[in-house]
Design a protein around this ligand. Sequence first.
Ligand code: KIV
Length: 289
Amino acid sequence: MKMRKNTVASLLEMKAKGERISQLTCYDYSTARLVDGAGIDTILVGDSLGMTMQGYEDTLPVTMDEMVIYARSVCRACQRAFVIADMPFMSYQAGPVQALENAGRLIKECRANAVKLEGGKRVCAQIKAITESGIPVCAHIGMTPQSVNAISGFTVQGKGELEARRVLEDALAVEEAGAFMVVLECIPPKLAALITKKTHMITIGIGAGNGCDGQVLVYQDMLGMSGAFKPKFVKQFAQIGQLMQDAFHAYDSKVKAGTFPTDEHTYPDGDCSDDFLAGLDRDYPTHAG
Ligand code: KIV
């Protein structure tokens, strides 16, 4: 049965009804099938894939071509979830024309449903250009990982009065520019709740408390696949990392002990007679050593 795909309109309706919106990051086809099948409302193909999938220490090296490959495979898997593809560092900062061209690639080549870009007032011209072309935009304010060098690390933003006002003004500015959704990352919960009250946009929190319209987590973080590092805002819903490692270890042991594969996992012998196979054995040299 074909499920109904979430849309900007259906997600805004959820906000209007006070229904909470779930979001997870995802970067590949097989995981996206599971996330979609679980009923998660929206999937973010985040540039966090630079860290989770590629092993970089931050998101800065991720390229547009790489985003296209990951986002395309996620989009192929999703029947119901609304897919938002991230615009990587330096794919929109140069200006509205660059932003529009690259947002267009994520829609045309991947079939994403929306794009996300980081920054408040400073990227409003880009948001306007993209939304005016019919591409829905999710903004991202507060802690913006692509600015890691400027903000001196992954730290909570908007704690002081001046900063809190700046974050609120960024939210109002991206809404005015046309964004329909905004990620609020690592800001105080009362500020996130205030922004949620002040805007028609859907607010998606991460490290922003429980007063947003929805919540996003990086899927490897919530499955316990990210090693020892665990930010305060992460809840591990399962220890899949340990389960996977145990399974890899069991496989390694069985292969080395010669106990896998058994007959259960082996095709039956074909129609060749034993005499024929003995002939083959005689006719071809056996390698030495
Ligand atoms: O890239 C990403 O995964 C993100 C989320 C953490 C919001 O931007």
